[in-house]
Design a protein around this ligand. Sequence first.
Ligand code: HEC
Length: 99
Amino acid sequence: MKVRYLVLTMLMIVIALSMLGCGAAAAPEPTPTATPHPGEALTASRCGTCHPLGLVENSKFSAQGWQIVVERMVMAGAQLNKEQQAQVIDYLAVKYPKD
Ligand code: HEC
């Protein structure tokens, strides 16, 4: 009788521990570094083809200003769809704001 209780108690402990383990495994991993802005790679790949990327990096515009610039570049032939344009504008407005 005593042994059976002991086995039962140990079984409960094992189940409880395994549930704890599951909980820990399911917890989202903390991200050590911030994910890069989606506009960063687009800017690097699409905005340095006609002129050096430095031209972009040395410019400072407000968000509205960047929007006008990017729209002009798209008219000139920059390969960006509407969604990509929005990402590039957002990235540039944060990285190279008018001060
Ligand atoms: C199809 C070629 C082409 C691509 C691609 C291109 N540009 Fe340009 N860019 C130009 C030309 C041509 C000029 C100079 C004449 C002008 O300003 O319109 C220029 C000038 C600029 C200037 C100088 C400031 C100004 O107002 O003229 C900035 C800033 C700029 N581009 C940003 C960008 C950004 C950001 C991208 C990526 C979204 C980009 N460019 C992609 C052709 C291009």
